[in-house]
Design a protein. Structure first.
Length: 287
């Protein structure tokens, strides 16, 4: 459905509408929900850091297979980001993210039934591909619901849940890993939270308002904005959206846009710094 663009009707950019709704109860719930998804991802990543050593004791695997167990997850994350990210951009980030959560639950739970190390490596690889989707998609979805002046703060609060997931997984490992088949119990228990999160995600969280607008789904955009306004006890927006937002409908940019000298240099520096910090933090956590 296309939006009208009559000159006699009030028009606003989508970011201005969200800023008018303000930061409130909706944003707090969204940060907690997205943060818990982030925590459940960390639980899966933290699990493999302990799984290889446990399998060495149980199945007497060598160092090569121990390394494969951990590496499979990260290889899956690398590949999954390039699969699920474009799918989410093309269709609906909220729905694609929920599918990824479902895969994390399925393959994470099936790890507990693995008969040998080959199956463990395969299943952890598949879990990794799903996490490669949830990590960027969840962050993108959260940012679309935040007001302009609180996105930075929301991002830090969201990322703090990564540490929470690690603490929880370590606590569960302390309780379970010494049991007979404890690593199997831990695989199942670690996968359960993401199942409930995916259900609540689809029931409570509306679609991304800006993505819906860019794709011409105006009614979906209005429903998302109305839920945000109602949850924050703010008036609904009944005007039209700006021509600048509507004119980008159907255009997601191109590789050529990224390769423009100024854009390429800026993005390269940003990615280099962020990836250096990410790699350093990951190496420290797996020491």
């Amino acid at each position: 459905m296309k939006a009208s663009s009559s000159t006699g009707t009030k028009q606003k950019e989508i970011n201005s509408v969200i800023d008018d709704i303000g930061f409130g109860r909706f944003q707090v719930i969204a940060i907690i929900l997205c943060g818990l998804v982030q925590a459940s991802d960390k639980m899966q990543v933290q699990y493999v850091s302990m799984l290889g050593q446990k399998l060495q004791c149980v199945w007497h695997i060598g160092d090569f297979w121990k390394s494969c167990v951990a590496s499979a997850t990260f290889l899956g994350m690398f590949l999954g980001a390039y699969i699920w990210g474009p799918l989410g951009d093309r269709h609906c980030r909220r729905s694609v993210d929920a599918v990824c959560m479902g895969y994390v639950f399925v393959f994470g739970s099936l790890t507990s039934l693995a008969p040998n190390v080959l199956w463990v490596v395969l299943l952890r690889f598949l879990v990794g591909t799903a996490i490669g989707g949830t990590l960027p998609l969840t962050a993108a979805v959260l940012s679309e619901f935040m007001t302009t002046n609180c996105r930075g703060t929301a991002w830090f609060m969201f990322k703090a849940f990564w540490c929470v997931g690690g603490f929880v997984e370590i606590g569960l490992a302390w309780l379970l890993l010494e049991m007979t088949h404890g690593w199997r119990y831990l695989a199942t228990i670690s996968a359960v939270p993401v199942l409930f999160l995916s259900l609540f995600w689809m029931i409570w969280l509306p679609v991304s308002p800006r993505q819906s607008l860019l794709q011409g789904r105006i009614e979906d955009t209005r429903r998302a904005l109305n839920k945000m306004a109602d949850t924050n006890s703010q008036p609904r927006y009944h005007g039209d959206f700006s021509a600048a937002d509507l004119q980008t409908n159907g255009s997601g940019g191109s590789i050529a846009d990224l390769l423009r000298p100024a854009t390429f240099l800026r993005l390269s520096l940003q990615l280099a710094v962020s990836h250096l910090l990410w790699v350093s933090a990951t190496m420290v956590s797996f020491c």
